[in-house]
Design a protein around this ligand. Structure first.
Ligand code: HEM
Length: 574
């Protein structure tokens, strides 16, 4: 027994004698053992060793020295990699992570709709998981409770912003929302911005027909919008809703920030506001150029447009701010820009932090407010109009509620909100169903921390998946259905606050949107004023496409497919 044996199917000796083929031949002709046949013996072991040595020896693939060097290098590399790998503190777990490709990480899995891919991945890896975009690790948070824990209960740990290359082009790198600053200066600036917004929205209006400045701005713009839409209907028989609402909404924030408005055909404003899609493409979570640094050095049309847009935006605002400086009168503060200039001239200190902010850091705030103030609200409003024409029964219910509560004699006011629960429920369902801000602006950890038992290092970029929360089957019955009634109590007379608090569109905690109250009021006033006077529909034969296009704010395809009819022709509203 033992001895040589034929390989299965006979000895297939390769014809050409490569180094590898020689080794294979050697192996084939000198089998190490025949299991179950030979009893192991010292001779056998010796032979085994000899065979192995001959496989590796001078006639084999590698020499013994080569193998030893290989092992030494392998051990060295292993030790170096281990020393670079995160040491997880005792009692905490390492973050779960889908396998990615070298250099690009999980970019391919993110695809065109990262909010959907990451929702799917969270079902496998959990509410707290790590992905890699390029070589950069990113923490992805899903699940309302997990997100509340991170952004509210552990707010200080998760309130940072990552230093992404595209963000450095926004507001000359001094943006309140996008710059990496999250310390005392950011805190003081945020407070100044919040106070300015409050003063120029809820302060009493000088006109008798409005209760506050915001109401006055929206009334005026909604009336201009209605006139413009009716004119478009006369001339073209249809219109693109986004094209006109964007100017009306921009005029509201222009009124508050700069005390001026623009016509619907103003080319400078039009070209600026219509570039918001390009802004959203780059500023969205998961833009590869921010995570694969080498991409910065390749020519990119989108990045060029992004830089150009930010420059144009800054110089548009800068020009207006300069005009304000020349006409500034301390006894007559006209708007937010004036109030920021006054803040600088008074050298006001932040009472808590005792911080003196540099002038440019104060006046630059108007850039953030104007930038954040029109695209978001316009997108919200245009989604609401898309749902209105998709579900005509819902439009009728809102109009019945408006007719019964407000009637035809006066316009809707902010104080009517509580008496119009169905309209409010419709707005909440628009936010939830469209989830048009699928992620918050990316966050970043400010120190080593932990969440749900996982160790999370400092400076880790964090994506908060708002879309996942708004479509979570454990939170919502039939999340893909558009159903405003889900937010009403059983009698349909009040908003169910437990349900409405689950909708996530403005972020949470220390970075929560500072424009949230204004956005909600504006949305209500525009929508109620438009639906009180107009009936919206889609042109015959046209189909509404509600598939969103991914971005910082997701838009629906805008086409000239909207039509309107006046509900009460020849009636004017006070
Ligand atoms: C429906 C409309 C709006 C939506 C859905 C929205 C949503 C958001 C979200 C998700 C964030 C990021 C939160 C985070 O990173 O955790 C944010 C931040 C911000 N929003 Fe809004 N927003 C809206 C309207 C507005 C308006 C009207 C203004 C101002 C006039 C505004 C000003 C800001 C600012 C300044 C920040 C940055 C806050 C910071 O980083 O400290 N937003 N918003």
């Amino acid at each position: 027994m033992g001895g040589t044996a034929e390989p299965p199917g006979g000895a297939q000796v390769p014809e050409r004698g490569s180094h590898l083929a020689a080794g294979t031949k050697h192996l084939a002709l000198h089998p190490i053992s025949q299991p179950g046949r030979d009893a192991p013996s010292p001779w056998h072991s010796h032979r085994k060793m000899k065979t192995a040595m001959s496989l590796l020896g001078s006639q084999g693939i590698f020499s013994v020295t080569e193998i030893l060097i290989f092992l030494a290098v392998f051990l060295l590399m292993f030790t170096v990699i281990r020393s670079f790998q995160q040491q997880i503190p005792y009692g905490l777990k390492r973050l779960p992570e889908p396998r990615g490709y070298p250099l690009i990480g999980n970019v391919l899995e993110l695809g065109r709709n990262p909010h959907l891919s990451l929702t799917q991945m969270s079902q496998k890896y959990g509410d707290v998981m790590q992905i890699r975009i390029g070589t950069r690790p990113v923490l992805v948070l899903s699940g309302l409770n997990t997100i509340r824990q991170a952004l509210v209960k552990q707010a200080e740990d998760f309130m940072g912003r990552p230093d992404l290359c595209s963000f450095r082009h926004i507001g000359n790198g001094q943006s309140l929302a996008f710059s990496p600053d999250s310390g005392e200066v950011w805190r003081a600036r945020r407070k100044v911005a919040q106070n300015a917004l409050k003063t120029f929205s809820v302060s009493p209006s000088p006109t008798a027909s409005s209760t506050c400045l915001l109401e006055e701005h929206v009334f005026k713009e909604a009336e201009y919008l209605i006139t413009k839409l009716l004119q478009q209907m006369k001339e073209k028989k249809s219109f693109d809703a986004y094209r006109y609402t964007v100017i009306s909404v921009a005029n509201v924030i222009c009124g508050m920030c700069f005390g001026k408005r623009y016509t619907h055909d103003d080319q400078e404003l039009l070209s600026l506001v219509n570039l918001s899609n390009e802004f959203g493409d780059v500023a969205a979570s998961g833009n590869p150029a921010d995570f694969i640094p080498i991409l910065q050095y390749f020519p990119s049309r989108t990045m060029k447009i992004f830089k150009d847009l930010n420059k144009r935006f800054s110089s548009f605002v800068h020009k207006i701010v300069k005009e304000h400086y020349t006409t500034f009168d301390k006894s007559h503060i006209r708007d937010i820009t004036d109030s920021l200039i006054e803040h600088c001239q008074d050298k006001k200190m932040d009472v808590n932090a005792n911080i003196q902010l540099p002038e440019e850091k104060i006046v630059n705030l108007v850039n953030d407010l104007f930038g954040a103030g029109f695209d978001t609200v316009t997108t919200a409003l245009s989604w609401s109009l898309v749902y209105i024409v998709t579900y005509p029964d819902i439009q009728k219910k809102i109009q019945n509620e408006l007719d019964q509560t407000i009637g035809r004699e006066r316009r809707p006011r902010l104080s009517d909100r509580l008496m119009l629960p169905y309209t409010e429920a419709f707005i909440l369902e628009t936010f939830r169903h469209s989830s048009f801000m699928p992620f918050t602006i990316p966050h970043c950890t400010t120190k080593d921390t932990s969440l749900n038992g996982y160790y999370i290092p400092k400076n880790l970029c964090v994506f908060i998946n708002q879309w996942q929360v708004n479509h979570d089957e454990t939170l919502w019955k039939e999340p893909s259905a558009f159903n405003p009634e889900r937010f009403l109590n059983a009698e349909g007379t009040e908003i169910n606050r437990v349900e409405s608090d689950k909708v996530m569109i403005f972020g949470l905690g220390k970075r929560r949107c500072i424009g949230e109250p204004i956005a909600r009021w504006e949305m209500f006033l525009f929508l109620a004023t438009l639906l009180q006077q107009l009936e919206f529909s889609v042109c015959d034969g046209q189909k509404v496409d509600i598939t969103p296009q991914y971005g910082l704010t997701m838009k629906n395809e805008t086409y000239e497919y909207f039509q309107i009819k006046q509900r009460f022709p020849n009636k004017s509203f006070e």
